[in-house]
Design a protein around this ligand. Structure first.
Ligand code: GLP
Length: 258
């Protein structure tokens, strides 16, 4: 069951879709990806890593395998990764993405744009990454998650809505979140490269997916608190009705607009 709390009827408002549970969130996110690719098979997309999108990737792989969905012409950009890390490292979001989606989804290697985390000059490479996105016409779709401290990609607190793709320092909260991905067994670099909020905010469509009670407070801050660098997710509201927020009931539980 799905309910739209705040509909796109109000032109400038983000659409907030609340589903009963995690599975509904994964289905709805996969539906949006399919919708975008249905309209534009060679769409330029960025999709996140982390625990939240796992179900979406399972569903996308299922649809690709059953030929309901054709992902073969899409241009796929990685959203973020640790600075200096390669898929051979224990802590690698790119390796995670490869095993959860890029390989089982059979995406053509030539259409995948990896984060240039090992570039000799990461600042120049980050600017080149943004240039590549712009040259392809910008993102048609950016699906993002929300970090425990309100980060988007690795746009940590302090980030501005105009920030480009760049190297960032990771906060303590993010380092412990990352360590938990690998049961504390991997060394987490203290810096990362992230697609900038400015780059994400230019997307034709943005989807924010958030699940679970432990994110309820930061969801409230991002959607109902002031737009502030303290909570980078709050800047997404600048996208107006280009933004859809998909929440399960627990993640939405502290919202006052219901
Ligand atoms: C991670 C990633 C983000 C992700 C967010 C939420 O650190 N850098 O791209 O969207 O934090 O992660 P999770 O879904 O595991 O809660």
């Amino acid at each position: 069951m799905m309910s739209t709390v705040q509909d796109a009827g109000v032109a400038h408002m983000p659409r907030i879709t609340v589903v009963e549970a995690y599975d509904g969130l994964s289905q709805r996110a996969a539906d949006v990806v399919a919708e975008v690719l249905g309209e534009k098979p060679d769409a330029v997309v960025t999709l996140p890593t982390g625990e939240t999108p796992s179900g979406m990737y399972k569903e996308l792989v299922r649809r690709i395998t059953s030929k309901e969905l054709d992902f073969s012409r899409a241009q796929f950009f990685c959203l973020d990764d640790y600075l200096g890390s390669t898929p051979e490292d224990d802590a690698s979001l790119t390796r995670w993405l490869r095993s959860e989606f890029l390989v089982p989804g059979n995406l053509p290697e030539g259409n995948i744009h990896y984060m240039p985390t090992t570039a000799e000059d990461p600042d120049v490479a980050a600017a080149g990454f943004d240039r590549e996105i712009a040259e392809l016409g910008g993102f048609d779709l950016a699906v993002v998650g929300l970090g425990p401290n309100g980060h988007i990609g690795f746009n940590e607190p302090g980030s501005l809505p105009t920030d480009p793709t760049r190297v960032v320092d990771l906060e303590e909260a993010t380092l412990s979140q990352s360590a938990a991905y690998w049961d504390g067994k991997a060394t987490i670099p203290t810096q990362a490269m992230t697609t900038g909020l400015g780059t994400i905010l230019k997307s034709r469509r943005i989807v924010l997916i958030v699940s679970g009670k432990r994110k309820a407070e930061i969801v409230r801050a991002a959607l109902e608190g002031p737009s502030t660098s303290d909570v980078p997710g709050s800047w997404l509201r600048q996208a107006g009705n280009r933004l859809e927020v998909i929440l399960d009931r627990e993640a939405a539980s502290l919202l006052t607009i219901k």
